[in-house]
Structure formats: structure tokens, C-alpha cells
Design a protein around this ligand. Sequence first.
Ligand SMILES: [Zn+2]
Length: 225
Amino acid sequence: MWFNGVKGIPRCFQLQADEMIVTEGCTHGLNTAIAKSGAKTVQITIDDAPGKSNSHMIALLAKYQIKTMFFVEGEFVKARKDDVRALVRNGHKLGLHTWNHPHLTKLSDDQIKDQFIRTDRLVKELTNTSMAPNWRPPYGNSDARVERVVSSIGFTKKWLWDVDSLDWKHKGNSKAIIDDVENGLAKCRKTRCIVLFHDHEATIRALELLLPRLMAQGLTLADFP
Ligand SMILES: [Zn+2]
């Protein structure tokens, strides 16, 4: 039996003939309601977006009614403008992940600002909204100077992660991705654990197996705060 794992919350997902069925009447707000109930929640985040399979990722998250944050790269935004608009249209949030994924600690102050301003300007052109204050450093690599520089242009909220799916390393090996996430979540002592994924086709295949497993384990897939 597949369920959301929290007493008093209606079951929203059922597996029927290998197809995940969403119960009628279950809405986007359900995930938030469960999150507030105190159960351990999982916060999915997707880096290096929009990837070539972004539309498939959007469809998968819609199936599970998850709204999350996609950390976008300027080069990918430029190449896949329609996907960026679709992300926003589907209720996802965008965070800044630089123009072309450098190690920010190796750049000058001006180069860091350029990475942020160019990317945010392009996203604003497409969506009418700045991504500030949300950002995530490539490789998780930043320091006090980088943080001071990006704060000075409004990027004051740095997002790291609690669990790394290592999907970039495991590529098509769904089992390895699932094992790393489940082991990482077992060790995560927070009530809300942020998991890092990337916007790749192989990750989508792993998530298709992983998301119902997590729900069956009583974990809640939380919307982005
Ligand atoms: Zn990245």
C-alpha cells in the first residue's frame, strides 16, 4: 500500500498496475499541510537547470504534485528559454547557479558579480522576476568574500544541501542514486532534509522509482518554502 505516512492525512497516491494514481481532490497544498504536521520531510532541489530533459522533469514533479526550486545556469537559460518560462508557469521557483558553473572562489569580485547579474538579467527578461535572494554555489564552493560580494547585489540566501544523490557520478545507475539518497536521509537529523539532484534524464528515471519509495517509507515530499 502506498500512502503519505501521516495519520489523519488522506492518502493521495496509490499504485495501480504500475501507474501512480493521484486521488481526486488532493491538491498542491497537501504537501505543505503534511510538512507542518511534523513528519520528517524531504526537500528536492534540482541543479544545472534547465537541462535537456527539463520538460520530462516538470511532468514527473507534476505527477507527484511537488513544487521545488530549480537552480539555473545562465548558459542553459539562454539555450532553453521556453523551459524557464514553463518552470515558472508550473509553480516552481528559480535560484541562481551562475552563468557557466565556475568555482566562484577563484574569480575576482567583478567576475563573480558578472556571473550573477548576467544570469539574473536574462531570467528577469523571461519571467519578470529576479531570482534574488536565492542562490547555490557550483560545487557548494564559496567563502566569506564570495558571500559578501553576492549579498551586495541582493543574493543573501545561500542554499546548500543535506543529502547528495551523487546522480552526476552514478549517471544511469538508478539503484546507486536511490541507495545514496536513502542512506543520506537515514543519517539526516533535521526535520526538513534538502536533497541535491541534477536536471538529467538519468535522474528522472531514478526519481520515478525513488519518489514512491520515499512516500511508502512515511517521508513527505515538501514543497519549496
Ligand atoms: Zn551545479
